[in-house]
Design a protein around this ligand. Structure first.
Ligand code: ADP
Length: 325
């Protein structure tokens, strides 16, 4: 299999109620884990659904290698793994039965091959021991891992995971992120989330989206670097917070041990009551969301090697259908 990139150009979408969900979105996404970070209502699901061929765009283009994503929907579906925000499952079916069913739908018609695929996916997602349990008894984390098993059938080149960790407890979330981190050597994996840590833990590249616009496309670490020396911290009494926010470029306000701590942006501390902060991706996110550029360190997208030589070891080779790309 050759690695391909996803090239999205000037994608726009306006809903009939007049909401501009996407405005001129352009992104070039190489194989690997890409984080699409933004608050609720930013347009993430709209973009994910368009790429998953479930919704039409008004304008723009999207190419997955040679595949015209907006027009050649069948070709996209053959190579797409999609884990939507919400997915319905037959609560009474067992994990193994359901996965087998989805494998048939994806075209794995040979019984022996399907058994191997189902077994391998259940093992990979750590659900082998639960294979005979009914899906209705699964925890949130198990459901999400099952969703990934379904998304991985057929060796997809484009994997879309929409808000996967919302609602998971910390242990389930850690297990799920570990699983995701094993994907995406060869495939383009897009992880849409409003949780900054999902991106900092997992993604080599990211974009921040707000009100349908891409505000920043960067490498998380590079963006954090670019903000160094520009974030300052101070405790603020709660009754002074309003006035403080008016007077300073506040990027975030958090409670730390019951005290209100604010981070402000600036080339120098506003006065000597402020302490320097070693910024993290949250500071980047809130800075960008407040409409403050992250300065001359803005990270340019790196050139991407397209259609490079096939990777040396391909863990999916054993599962590929003859003749499949
Ligand atoms: P996100 O996934 O980032 O939360 P969405 O793509 O779901 O964002 O939504 C983007 C904007 O489009 C929001 O303002 C939302 O209310 C609106 N929206 C989403 N789906 C529809 C729809 N089917 N009809 C009208 N407006 C919609």
């Amino acid at each position: 299999m050759r690695s391909v990139q996803l090239k999205i150009e000037r994608l726009s979408k306006t809903y009939p109620n007049g909401v501009h969900a996407l405005r001129d979105v352009s992104l070039t996404i190489a194989p690997g884990m890409f984080g699409l970070l933004g608050p609720n209502g930013a347009g993430k699901s709209t973009l994910m659904r368009i790429l998953a061929t479930l919704q039409e765009a008004d304008a723009g283009s999207a190419w997955l290698g040679e595949i015209d994503v907006l027009r050649d929907k069948e070709a996209v579906r053959r190579t797409l793994g999609y884990l939507p925000q919400e997915f319905g499952l037959y609560a009474r079916a067992t994990a193994a039965e359901m996965l087998d069913h989805f494998a048939v739908l994806k075209g794995v018609t040979d019984g022996g091959e399907r058994r191997d695929v189902v077994r391998s996916l259940l093992e990979q997602t750590n659900l082998w021991d639960a294979r005979h349990r009914r899906l209705g008894t699964f925890s949130g984390g198990m459901r999400q891992r099952f969703g990934i098993a379904v998304a991985l059938i057929g060796n997809p080149r484009l994997i879309i995971v929409d808000e996967p960790t919302a609602g998971l407890d910390p242990a389930e979330r850690a297990r799920f992120l570990n699983l995701l981190s094993e994907l995406g050597e060869n495939a383009v994996v897009i992880l849409s989330t409003h949780i900054v840590e999902d991106v900092s833990d997992l993604c080599q590249r990211m974009a921040i989206i707000q009100e349908g616009r891409i505000l920043l496309e960067a490498e998380p670490q590079g963006a954090v670097q670019a903000l160094r020396g520009r974030v300052w911290r101070r405790e603020v009494p709660r009754d002074e917070l309003r006035a403080f926010e008016k007077a300073h470029p506040v990027i975030s306000t958090t409670l730390v041990g019951g005290r209100t701590v604010v981070h402000v942006h600036g080339d120098a501390p506003p006065d000597d009551s402020f302490h320097p902060v070693e910024p993290d991706l949250k500071d980047v996110y809130f800075t960008v969301m407040r409409g403050i550029g992250i300065g001359d360190g803005e990270v340019e997208p790196q050139p991407v090697a397209v259609d490079a030589a096939p990777p040396p070891d391909d863990p999916w080779a054993a599962f590929r259908r003859p003749g499949a790309a």
